[in-house]
Design a protein around this ligand. Structure first.
Ligand SMILES: O=P(O)(O)OP(=O)(O)OP(=O)(O)OC[C@H]1O[C@@H](n2cnc3c(O)ncnc32)[C@H](O)[C@@H]1O
Ligand SMILES: [Mg+2]
Length: 176
């Protein structure tokens, strides 16, 4: 059995790992840790968002010596030619120094959310106000609001985690 350490207490993210385990019939359990992302609270680029995911994955390995894989997930925004997109990254680190990262689907943010972020607010707070809901970030996420629930934050992170698990499997075949 492996122990997957997840660097968050956000249930929407933890559920993505849970679903990966079910999907891949992995013999694994989850432990969750409140680790620092080491970046700003509202990451403003792909580079920063990816770094947050990597920092979390590595921090988990430091927190608990029994953890087999550290997993980090981070959400942020990324500007393309003046348009602001929601972006998401995840990373997995093992004890052999192997680090795998991947990014997820992007969705254009409505201008009212983009303006709020440019003014220094966090997307989580803006999304709650926009949707007239509480804790969007721990439920369907902004992507869930903007797609009328067709793709939720959990589904989006599950997709990224499948990419990472698949790349890990591919590397094993390459090295065998
Ligand atoms: O508890 P953690 O794991 O930190 O999860 P989080 O919901 O705070 O999410 P992130 O730190 O990964 O995201 C950075 C910021 O971007 C916001 N954010 C990112 N993706 C979001 C989403 O889908 N819905 C709402 N807010 C989001 C949120 O406000 C965070 O402050
Ligand atoms: Mg956060």
């Amino acid at each position: 059995m492996i122990i997957i350490g997840v660097g968050t207490k956000n249930p929407a993210k933890i559920e993505a790992v849970n679903q990966l385990i079910q999907n891949q019939s992995m013999d694994a359990i989850i432990r969750s840790f409140d680790v620092p992302s080491g970046i700003s609270a509202m990451p403003m680029s792909d580079s920063e968002t990816r770094q947050g995911a990597i920092n979390r994955a590595k921090a988990v390995l430091q927190q608990d010596s029994e953890v087999t894989f550290g997993v980090g997930m981070e959400g942020g925004v990324s500007d393309i030619d003046g348009d602001m997109y929601l972006c998401n990254w995840a990373a997995a680190a093992d004890r052999h120094g192997q680090l795998i990262s991947a990014g997820g689907a992007r969705i254009l943010l409505p201008e009212v959310l983009a303006e709020g972020i440019r003014a220094g607010h966090e997307l989580g707070d803006l999304a709650d106000e926009y949707a007239q809901q509480k804790n969007v970030r721990t439920h369907g996420g902004t992507i869930g609001i903007l797609t009328e629930g067709r793709i939720t934050r959990t589904e989006m992170f599950l997709h990224i985690l499948k990419l990472i698990e698949g790349m890990y499997a591919h590397r094993k075949t390459e090295n065998s």
